[in-house]
Design a protein around this ligand. Structure first.
Ligand SMILES: NC(=O)c1ccc[n+]([C@@H]2O[C@H](COP(=O)([O-])OP(=O)(O)OC[C@H]3O[C@@H](n4cnc5c(N)ncnc54)[C@H](OP(=O)(O)O)[C@@H]3O)[C@@H](O)[C@H]2O)c1
Length: 310
């Protein structure tokens, strides 16, 4: 099969098309013919070798954990899927090497969810990692309808989904993003936004919520996360969660590291199917342009997702 792969860690230039053996499929696995592979910041960190201490890596290494496509075959214990089914997956395995930027990928049952009719399979490839991350980070905050949540980085891949999930639950959302994304984040369901480049975050928040917010979720780290304890109302101490910096635990907050969850992914893609969740894809590129896609993602300027078609 053809795949995007690299033989050593490095910059986007290490990515290239390679001809590699088709994946083998065990009893709990499904072989998926890939339609599209979403690109995430973590894929660029994998390429740089920044996750080498956390995951064993095999070369040639195919990057990518997000996928959409069609089932080619299913192992004997994977009988909830059949040839021809359209699926979406967050295919994070215990090692790195057999990723999703390829014509074929072997996916464990726990990675996958069926895609309802009417959902665009290319756009759906941008959902799994960010959708599950948003859902699992919000779950750490136990939000109730009527509460106010501040979202640090409301316009990126994870923020785009988190704003919508929280708003759909009756939570009032305030987004922290640049002015160019103000209208976008409000369309997603935020009541108001704060420009991260327009001065002190605690001072700006005080104009919207003089007593602070009920919870903060962090998708960017840095100064906003450092200020999180000052952004919370009295009585909400510790109700902040970061997906970027595990050091948040020493600040008294919570940390979320996304894990595959078939039931949650089924719920998310179902919400897309019935129009409750909007997918924002900034660009769709053929997989031959994977290096350019990685550069774009590494710029930290994308709105929503970049997706590679295979
Ligand atoms: N722990 C986990 O399991 C987990 C899971 C997923 C992601 N992550 C991490 O979480 C982070 C976010 O992921 P993502 O996919 O959402 O990223 P992303 O899509 O690359 O985020 C890009 C967005 O960030 C905005 N941005 C840049 N600087 C900002 C700032 N100082 N304040 C607010 N917004 C800012 C940009 O808006 P402008 O262009 O308008 O500036 C852009 O829209 C990444 O570091 C990623 O590695 C962790």
């Amino acid at each position: 099969m053809r795949a995007i792969a690299f033989d050593h860690f490095g910059g986007p230039e290490v990515l290239g098309i390679q001809d590699l053996p088709d994946p083998e499929v065990g009893p709990d696995y499904v072989l998926v013919e890939v339609t599209a592979a979403g690109v995430n910041p973590v894929d660029t960190k994998v390429r740089q070798g920044a996750l080498a201490g956390a995951f064993p890596t095999a070369f040639p290494c195919i990057p990518g954990w997000d996928v959409s496509g069609t089932v080619v075959s299913a192992g004997p214990a994977a009988d909830s899927f059949a040839e021809g089914d359209q699926v979406v997956g967050y295919v994070r395995k215990d090692s790195i090497g057999a990723g999703t930027s390829a014509e074929l990928v072997a996916c464990h049952l726990r990675h996958l969810a069926p895609v309802p009719a009417g959902v665009d399979l290319v756009a759906a490839a941008g959902l799994p990692l960010v959708g599950l991350t948003a859902m699992q980070a919000l779950a750490k905050l136990d939000l109730q309808a009527g509460e106010t949540l501040l979202v640090l980085n409301a316009s990126g891949g994870v923020g785009t989904i988190a704003v919508q999930l929280a708003a759909a639950r009756g939570v009032t959302v305030l987004g922290v993003n640049s002015a160019r994304n103000d209208a976008y984040v409000r369309e997603l369901g935020a009541e108001a936004t704060i420009d991260y480049s327009a001065g002190s975050l605690p001072d700006q928040l005080r104009r919207h919520r003089p007593d602070g917010v009920d919870a903060v979720v962090d998708f960017v780290g840095g100064d906003g996360l450092a200020a999180a304890p000052q952004l919370l109302r009295s009585g909400a101490e510790g109700r902040f969660c970061s997906i970027v910096d595990p050091g948040v635990l020493e600040q008294g907050g919570r940390y979320a590291f996304v894990r595959p969850d078939s039931a949650q992914l089924t719920e998310l893609v179902g919400m897309v199917g019935d129009g409750r969740l909007r997918l924002e894809v900034e660009d769709v590129m053929p997989m031959e342009r994977a290096g350019e896609a990685h550069e774009r993602v590494e710029s930290h300027r994308t709105r929503g997702k970049i997706v590679l078609t295979v």
